[in-house]
Ligand binder design. Structure first.
Ligand SMILES: Cc1cc2nc3c(=O)[nH]c(=O)nc-3n(C[C@H](O)[C@H](O)[C@H](O)COP(=O)(O)OP(=O)(O)OC[C@H]3O[C@@H](n4cnc5c(N)ncnc54)[C@H](O)[C@@H]3O)c2cc1C
Length: 375
């Protein structure tokens, strides 16, 4: 016989674990199905911004491997810039450790976490959704939350296409020049067109990768050049993964199915940051369910909440990204003599987000300028 649950969350990554944790804390019975066993790897730079970290309702300091206070920024046609802060502007984590911590928080809050359960089929049947796993187990739920990442099976059910953009990340043994730089990151906007390369130091390795915001087949070629130019050795682990960028293909769910984080396609189209949206969508999903109960009304409410906040911000970010990457050489020349302006912009993105940027510089002015230019 199938066991029945009010809510089943598919995928115990950052979005799924946080949503399950919030619902369980509110007293709901939640089944959290995860195909792997923790600790498991996830290709990621592991840059956790303060605005993302602020959404965690529990301590995360035990998983932080570094705090960024300096960035080396490579821009086309100008000298590399060094930007310093007197407070951390980003936390560096390893995803296998962060994600294990998040899943553990969900479990401690009372969510039923089942590892090694890969969901292979989801069927909506009237008042319920049936979820079947690779091992042949079947569960019924009044609501299913798809938090199963960029290649989400749940998203296929509601017709979201596979993402077209990719990023590559690798773990490297740090060369001597990087040995003492645990508070420094490198962002290289010359590494590839419409994207960037990064180096994020961790306790025992460097995480170096490239991500593209234009569909390219040559990511590996750019990534090898990026390593060579920055004097970095070959990796001991290289992984590629889709970047589920927010845009026309974003899908938040329908019927009794909600999509969160990468499954919904909510990665920031300017920076590639995905943890903030994973946490924020988890928070909004939990809020919608607690307001409207487990059913279709919660899904509609969730769509409203995400559209009014995250998607509004990312609509702006998408337009900004198109301008930014297209006119990068001009922008580089402007910023090269004004590093304090980069510092200012960076703080908006990492602390307050685009909403804060809107508020400070006047949403109307920016929207008019950008929409007017692109339409
Ligand atoms: C190379 C790279 C670098 C990045 N760097 C950064 C960065 O530095 N900072 C940042 O903020 N973002 C970064 N991102 C984006 C970030 O990794 C994602 O946005 C984030 O992981 C999304 O979290 P999620 O919970 O939605 O999905 P995921 O983290 O992908 O979690 C999905 C979970 O679902 C499980 N799952 C999948 N399918 C099934 C199934 N069928 N049944 C059950 N379980 C399933 C998976 O095992 C996984 O545990 C990067 C992305 C890439 C590709």
């Amino acid at each position: 016989m199938k066991s029945s649950w009010p809510v089943i969350v598919v995928g115990a990554g950052p979005a799924g674990a946080l949503c399950a944790c919030s619902l369980a804390r509110a007293g709901l019975s939640v089944l959290l199905l995860e195909k792997t066993h923790f600790p498991r790897e996830k290709p990621c730079g592991g840059g956790l911004t303060p605005k993302a970290a602020a959404l965690l309702p529990f301590s995360f300091q035990s998983v932080v491997e570094g705090e960024v206070k300096r960035a080396i920024l490579c821009l086309p046609g100008v000298e590399a810039l060094e930007i310093n802060w007197d407070r951390p502007v980003c936390f560096l984590v390893r995803r296998e450790i962060l994600d294990t911590h998040l899943a553990e928080q969900a479990r401690q809050a009372g969510a039923f976490l089942r590892e090694g359960e890969e969901v292979v089929r989801i069927e909506e049947t009237g008042e319920a959704v049936t979820v079947t796993t690779a091992g042949g187990a079947s569960y019924r739920a009044q609501l299913v939350i798809g938090a199963d990442g960029a290649l989400s099976r749940v998203a296929r059910l509601v017709g979201r296409p596979y993402p077209r953009h990719f990023a590559l990340a690798a773990a490297l043994i740090p060369p001597p020049a990087w040995a003492e730089k645990r508070d420094t990151i490198l962002i290289d906007l010359e590494a590839l067109p419409y994207g960037y390369g990064w180096v994020f130091p961790k306790i025992d390795h460097l995480n170096a990768g490239v991500g593209s915001f234009a569909a390219t087949r040559e990511l590996r070629f750019y990534w090898e050049n990026f390593l060579r130019r920055n004097g970095l050795a070959r990796p001991f682990r290289l992984r590629a993964h889709p970047l589920a960028l927010a845009g026309k293909e974003t899908e938040l769910g329908r019927g009794r199915v909600m999509l969160l984080g990468d499954a919904a396609g909510l990665v920031d189209p300017l920076t590639g940051e995905g943890l903030y949206a994973a946490f924020r969508s988890a928070e909004l999903a939990a809020r919608a369910i607690l307001e409207k109960g487990v059913g279709e009304r919660a899904v509609s409410r969730y769509r409203e909440l995400v559209k009014a906040s995250l998607l509004r911000e990312y609509h702006f970010a998408y337009r900004l990204a198109r301008l930014f990457y297209r006119f990068l050489p001009l922008i580089a020349r402007y910023f090269s003599s004004r590093p304090e302006k980069i510092r200012y912009f960076w703080e908006f993105l990492f602390f307050g987000g685009y909403a804060e940027l809107f508020r400070r510089v006047g949403a109307r002015y920016w929207e008019k300028l950008l929409c007017g230019y692109l339409n």
